[in-house]
Ligand binder design. Sequence first.
Ligand code: ADP
Ligand code: MG
Ligand code: ZN
Length: 472
Amino acid sequence: MKYEIVIGLETHVELNTKSKIFCSCGGHSEAKEPNDCVCPACSGMPGMLPVMNKKVVELAVTAGLMLNCEISRYTTFDKKNYYYPDLPCAYQITQLNHPICTNGLVHLKTSEGERDIRIKQIHMEEDAGKLVHVGKASLVDFNRTSVPLIEIVTQPDFRSAEEVLVYLNKLKSMFRSGGISECEEGAMRCDVNISVRPEGSEEFGVRTEIKNMASFEAIERAIHYEAQRHMDAIEFETEELVQETRRFDDASGKTFAMRNKETEADYRYFPDANLMPIIIDDEWFEEIKANMPAAIDEKADEYRAAGISENEIEMIIDNHNVSTLLDAVVEIGCDPKSAVGWILTECAGVLRKNGKLIKDLDISAEKMAAIIKMVDSGDINRMNGRKTLTAVLEEDVDPAAYVKENGFDKKVDTATIEAIMDKVLAENTQALEDFRNGKVKAKQALFGACMRELKGIGDPAVIREMLDKKLG
Ligand code: ADP
Ligand code: MG
Ligand code: ZN
């Protein structure tokens, strides 16, 4: 018999905020040691009260708008009660009754065609801590407790692993370009709900839930394994399928039962009386909408129209800091293609030298634009532009002042260049002779000597041309 796979996803995404959801501790990415980013509130000391982080609401609403959701203008928090050592309060603050976003839609393009995935809801919640097992002991690290999350719950609308991966990649691009989340490994975790049914059947089969997978590769493997297990169970009656929670084991590529699926009643949900309902009034809602980043499809079209390549567009869109910088630099009046070259090639080069990545790029749009303009207008040459950029990135100097100090903006007239060239040719008789004897490389040595004499001033293209002429 032919079977259809049915999948619904619950995706947890860590939000890109400076502090945790209910206290002022920094996020766990700032932590150097276990329990570095912890205070009485997020370590569950008795009597401490949560204080809502406004930015979390704004990012959750932005994510909801990106996924075409209805936004609840009245939203509340609930306590989900369970006992586990990484949860110091023995309850998690989450949203059950009035989640912030509902009824969204995500449009996917897959190799099989186009698909719409319905979003059931998005809710805000706090993350739990981490248990670290050392020998026979278990240690607890609360750095991650109360880190803000959104959980995006889809309807059971996926029909293949491919659709799931296209969806997750789309969320990742959207959230990264929109500054919602960096979505690094571990900051985006998925529960996969899966069932199979005979093709053409209207009824859903028994579903299992595979918990907490952090890599796309694991998700794909887990789906293939679990779907096959379901089909075998039905087709050959190898086992009885029960609704349960399972874990994926990376080494064996198999899933294993963890526990029977808990029901809502197991958690004794009740409203969290320590947190006021949040009311998003018109003014606040309009403000959030006004700060929405452009949809990625629109943005990509904009970059394409400016002549930027597909590869570059992908890098720009995947890095929120890059797209914000590029947009600002273009706004100041730089040529988009030139700006892309400076950001993706030159800046990336300096960062690499310092063991950093493009996502670490941190330069003001004013300084970046100043360098690009000085080079593009011919005030300084490209090589000195690069030196200036290095000084800005490494020591945060002022570009114009740095250029003056080093004399990069000095002009040389043709007569001076001629004189210097004559001197160089007179002093480098060997290289000159080599060139005359057909050694092309010797010309490069002469050119280098001229540039050194000129102390890096002047347009290399012009100087090369003059040298060519001189050498006949
Ligand atoms: P619960 O309240 O038990 O968590 P939900 O209705 O919230 O159940 O659904 C949890 C997830 O399971 C959702 O993403 C949903 O799409 C998915 N799901 C529900 N039924 C099935 C099914 N038969 N097969 C696959 N996924 C399903
Ligand atoms: Mg659920
Ligand atoms: Zn804290």
